[in-house]
Structures are given as C-alpha cells and as structure tokens.
Design a protein around this ligand. Structure first.
Ligand code: 5CA
Ligand code: ZN
Length: 409
C-alpha cells in the first residue's frame, strides 16, 4: 500500500539526546541505542472505523520516538501494517451490508488523511495483511513442520510452548493471560487445544467468508499475530529497536508475535524494546470501536478544529497515562496553540537556546511531553510579558516545536 506524504522535519542546532523509555518487557526504563538506522514497527489500524483520538494518541507517541531519533541524526526505518482482513472488519462489513474490501480501503484512506493532517511521519513501508498473505503461508508451514504449530479441525494453532521466552513481553501470569486472551480475539475455551492460550495462525475457510489458497494449509485466512510478524521480519528482521502499540496490544498481540518470530528463527529477541501507550477514554470507558464511544480526528477536522490543536491535545498528556478526553482538554490545547502562535509571530523574543535543550531533555526522559509543553509555555509567557531582543528566537522556537513535537506554528 502507499503511505502518506512526509512533512519536513527541520534540523536543529546542537545535539539531540538518546531516548530513555519505559520497556514493557523489563518493566523499567532503558536507554535506546539504535544503530545509524533505527528500526521501529508500530502496529497499524484495523480499518473498519478510522482514526479516533485513542489511535491518534498512540501514533503520536511513536512519532515522537522517531523525532527524537532524527534529532540525534539517525535515520529511521519505520514499518506499519494495516489489518485489512480480520474478524472485526468482516463483522462490521456484514452488519452494515458493505463490501469488506471497500470498507477497508475507505477507512485506510481516511487514516492517511488524518495522519497527514496531524503531521505524523509516514512509515517507509505501509503494508496490508491481505498483500502479505503469500509471505504468511510459508511461515505457518515452517512453524508446523518444526512442530511449533498443530492442526485442530483444519485450523492451525501456534504452540506457545515452542518459545522458551513466552510470557516475557507482558510478564503476566497464566490466569491474567487467559482472561485477556478471551477478551482480545483468542479462544482459550476451545476444546482440543494443547494450551488454552495457543493462538490461531491460519483459520480454515468458513462459509461465506473470504478465503485464500493456503497451499499445504488449505484454503483459509491468516491469524492476527502472524501478520505483523511476517511484515516485521520481511522489512526489519529480528532484533529491531522498538515494537510499539497501545497497552491493549502487550498481551496477547505482542507476546504472541514475539513467540512466533522467536520460534521461527531460533533467534532472540524479536524486538529489543516493547513500548506501549496508555488508553484514551471517553465518558469513563476506553475509546473503542466495539463500544462506539469515539471522537474521530476527521470529525474534529470537519468541525474546523486545527489539526495542530488536536496534536497539542495529545501532547498534553503523558503517553503512558490512561486519560479521559473532554471538550475542555481540546479547548485548553486550542488556547495554548493561540498563545504559542502569537509568541512566534513577533520579529524577536527571549533567547531560545535553553528552551530547545529543555524540550530535548523532556522528550529524552520517557517522552515527557507535559514537561516539554510547560517549557514552551514559559518561553511564550516571557515573550508576552517582557519580550526579548533575540532576532532568531521566534524562528528557532517554531522549528523546534515542529521538529520535536510535530506541531506547525
Ligand atoms: N490492527 C491492530 C494492530 S496489528 C489493532 O490493534 N488495530 S486498532 O485499530 O484496534 O488499533 C490501532 C492502534 O491504536 C493500536 O496500537 C491500539 O493499541 C491503539 N488504540 C486503540 N484504541 C485506543 C485507545 N482508546 N487509546 C489509545 N490507543 C488505542
Ligand atoms: Zn500488530
């Protein structure tokens, strides 16, 4: 698939900082040490409804990771998938009488527009599950032939016991895993499985559902986790720097993906670091397509909300926090955007070299965006109260806020 256009990232004077970030697998902070080309895989949308503020918040977090890397003069190899075949997509298409491929294409197109408007850096590869099927099939065959997968009434399951590191990504106990597996697309209660947690790799064709010729697997369609594994291994290989997504993906999705890849290659780890963003809620519950309590980025844009204000709304909360969206949060962000724009629209202002370092330091500290915003707020307040004589300052602030936070003033 094609991604979306890249916005320019201005180069800043001085030196960027290495990112210290919370790693789900170790439960503590790690300092990321990528090579000259940092490799990141971020799980993409399931396109039956596109982009609510929860999605946008998660993509914002991983956009910042990349901006920090770019500021250290590294290149970034970013890969993102689109889950354009899966149960929820087929269910929505069935319930609304739409063709599932048209639904997926339309919502993916809207997602691209939203990402562009929000100045999210595009992935180098933006890859659909459907287009990956020819690469998924041989991986499932290999797992089966190695004894890491087995057949149950035509469906092929991965055996979690095949990976000695299973459980290390989420660090959950068996009971917690079982509950989450039932909630998040697994089938722990299906009789005949070797381990209740075993996830499906290949689902034999069901009546009335789309199917692909699965070679020795028989006609059917791929499971969810193997999709991201096939795409990540194809473009990034083992041991890439960061796998990212919302906290609802830590288990089972990222746990299973890591185990699939580790069992396939005999290598470890799949990703060096697993990073998860908190959940955005509306009216007291996690924003989710299945609950329907959603605020869409496209709806806000249609209502005339500046995308930069949407982005500032996301930046105002720490990426790991679970937070509640309200109109007041957006109003605050809109007011802040107005103050910042007024502050950089003057020909001179207070010196901003220290501000650039403060933004860098805040981001390097587990993407502490509230601290970064507070630093810009202080500079803008000084500009508004006493001004300054540094002619380069407003331009530098503009470029720093753009390069590091993705906000165009
Ligand atoms: N296609 C899969 C990943 S391979 C998927 O989870 N799609 S999704 O459309 O449901 O979610 C896309 C991304 O948004 C995931 O990283 C998910 O964790 C994140 N996300 C979903 N809902 C929220 C929310 N309410 N708050 C924050 N992030 C969310
Ligand atoms: Zn994924």
């Amino acid at each position: 698939m094609h991604a979306w256009p890249a916005s320019e990232v201005p180069a800043l004077p001085g030196k960027g900082r290495d990112l210290r970030i919370h790693d789900t697998a170790t439960g503590g902070r790690v300092t990321l040490a990528p090579g000259p080309v940092a490799r990141i895989y971020v799980c993409g949308i399931t396109p039956y409804d596109a982009t609510h503020l929860g999605h946008a918040a998660t993509y914002n977090a991983f956009d910042l990771v990349q901006r920090v890397w770019l500021d250290t003069k590294r290149q970034v190899h970013y890969v993102q998938n689109v889950t354009d075949i899966d149960d929820p997509l087929l269910e929505r298409a069935g319930a609304t009488g739409q063709d599932w491929t048209e639904l997926a294409e339309r919502e993916t197109a809207l997602f691209r527009e939203d990402m562009t408007a929000l100045r999210m850096l595009p992935p180098r590869q933006f890859i659909g599950a459907v287009e990956s099927i020819p690469r998924i099939i041989p991986l499932v065959e290999r797992l089966r032939d190695a004894g890491a997968a087995y057949e149950l009434e035509g469906d092929i399951y991965f055996s979690v016991e095949a990976d000695p590191h299973f459980g290390e990504v989420s660090g959950l106990d068996a009971e917690a895993m079982r509950l989450l597996s039932a909630e998040r697309g697994g089938d722990p209660d299906r009789p005949g499985k070797k381990n209740p947690l075993d996830p499906m790799l290949w689902m034999a064709a069901r009546d009335g559902e789309p199917r692909w010729d699965g070679a020795s697997l028989g006609p059917g369609r791929p499971g969810w986790h193997i999709e991201c594994v096939a795409i990540a291994l194809q473009y990034l290989g083992m041991g890439f720097d960061v796998q990212g997504g919302g906290s609802d993906l830590a288990f089972p999705h990222h746990e299973m993906g890591a185990s699939h890849a580790q069992a396939l290659t005999g290598d470890y780890p799949f990703a060096k670091t697993y990073v998860h963003a908190g959940m955005v809620a509306l009216n007291g519950e996690k924003m989710s397509k299945s609950k329907g309590n959603l605020v869409f980025v496209s709806a806000l844009r249609r209502d005339g909300v500046d995308p930069a204000a949407i982005r500032l709304t996301l930046l105002a909360r720490h990426y790991r926090a679970d937070w509640e969206y309200t109109d007041a949060v957006l109003e605050e962000a809109t007011a802040r955007l107005g103050r910042w724009r007024a502050a950089v629209s003057r020909p001179d202002g207070p010196g901003a070299d220290a501000l650039v370092e403060e933004i860098r330091a805040a981001l390097a500290n587990d993407l502490d965006t509230p601290a970064a915003l507070a630093a810009v707020d202080r500079w803008a307040a000084t500009q508004h109260s006493s001004g300054g004589t540094d002619e380069g300052a407003p331009g530098l602030v503009s470029r720093a806020v753009d390069a590091l936070l993705g906000v165009a003033l």
